[in-house]
Ligand binder design. Structure first.
Ligand code: RI2
Length: 317
């Protein structure tokens, strides 16, 4: 029989595992899952001292953040949830602040998606041919909203090897009645000639407006640039990385070879390289559709400074 503390640390371990193994995936979803696990952790905490809570919370936070390194949404969701613990004067107040803040983050995150859907749907025109990559809930909601408004659209969705999240995308859009075509990743440049807009999601956006997103995104950006097709990013502002203001680099996750190939198919001397994300420089991005409006990649720094205020100097490692 588990006691309460074991049960709550189980929630943290289970969530960290589910994020690491990609049972929960998508930058927004993992951020909400991380915040939700911390909410449960704080809500069920049965230790007796504030110091003990802070120590146990640090361990929980580290476990959640170690699950996946690239999407800053997870970092922002976790740090929003714990932001008032250091100034709490007693245990009850500290526990309560995590519960309140994590719920606020989750609510704000879902509202942000709804705002992006309505702002983004105004960018989408009747007759547009859209290309998207991987499976971004922000992009999905924009396309679905434009479709609901009666705009006639065609969507090309990349397969997005190795996890093939493109299958989720095409099924989700087909269920809504959207005209959608699946393409393999290497068909991007050929198909780009027929496309009028590219819409992709974001895992992280740096202070200089660079996009870090699913591997292959930069190929869509280059092909769009060559074909003079506008390239839009749909991103909640909690995917902006505060650490990049002080020059931190974004860690690009590498995952195992088993995601790419069956070991029996190749000689044992063959190495497999499996980077999960790539970087698209700001110059290839026409605009970022956020919950606070459509912004240029060049204005990300300003927007981040305005929102963080004095918090910039308090950024933790
Ligand atoms: P939303 C995903 O990463 C994709 O790269 C996608 O573009 C991005 O998160 C944003 O997704 P992964 O978790 O937050 O599948 O818009 O590796 O859902």
């Amino acid at each position: 029989m588990h006691n309460n503390s074991e049960r709550v640390s189980d929630v943290i371990a289970e969530t960290a595992f589910a994020i690491k193994e990609m049972h929960i995936r998508g930058a927004g979803r993992i951020a909400r899952a991380g915040a939700s696990a911390l909410c449960d952790f704080a809500d069920g905490y049965d230790g007796l001292t504030l110091d003990g809570f802070k120590r146990d919370l640090d361990v929980a936070v580290k476990k959640i953040l170690d699950s996946r390194p690239t999407a800053v949404s997870l970092w922002n969701g976790v740090h929003y949830s714990i932001k008032d613990v250091s100034r709490s004067s007693d245990l009850k107040a500290a526990m309560n602040s995590v519960v309140v803040n994590s719920k606020e983050f989750i609510k704000g995150s879902s509202e942000a998606i709804r705002s992006i859907a309505s702002i983004g749907a105004r960018v989408v025109q009747d007759g547009d041919v859209i290309m998207t990559h991987c499976n971004s809930s922000a992009v999905m909601e924009v396309i679905k909203e434009a479709h609901r408004q009666g705009k006639r659209l065609k969507v090309f969705a990349t397969e997005s090897r190795p996890w093939r999240q493109g299958i989720l995308t095409v099924n989700e859009l087909a269920d809504e009645g959207v005209d959608v075509t699946l393409i393999i990743d290497s068909a991007v440049r050929v198909v780009m000639k027929e496309v009028s807009k590219v819409l992709v999601g974001a895992d992280t956006i740096t202070s200089n407006g660079m996009l870090v997103n699913k591997i292959g995104t930069s190929h869509l950006a280059l092909a769009a640039n060559e074909a003079r097709v506008p390239f839009y990013v749909c991103s909640e502002t909690y995917k902006f990385s505060p650490m990049t203001i002080r020059g931190d680099r974004v860690t690009i996750e590498e995952r195992g070879p088993e995601e790419v190939i069956n070991a029996e198919e190749i000689r044992s001397s063959v190495k497999v390289f499996n980077p999960v994300f790539d970087s698209t420089p700001a110059k290839y991005i026409d605009a970022i559709i956020t919950e606070v409006g459509i912004v240029s990649p060049g204005s990300v720094y300003e927007l981040m400074i305005r929102r963080l205020g004095d918090g910039v100097s308090n950024l933790r490692d």
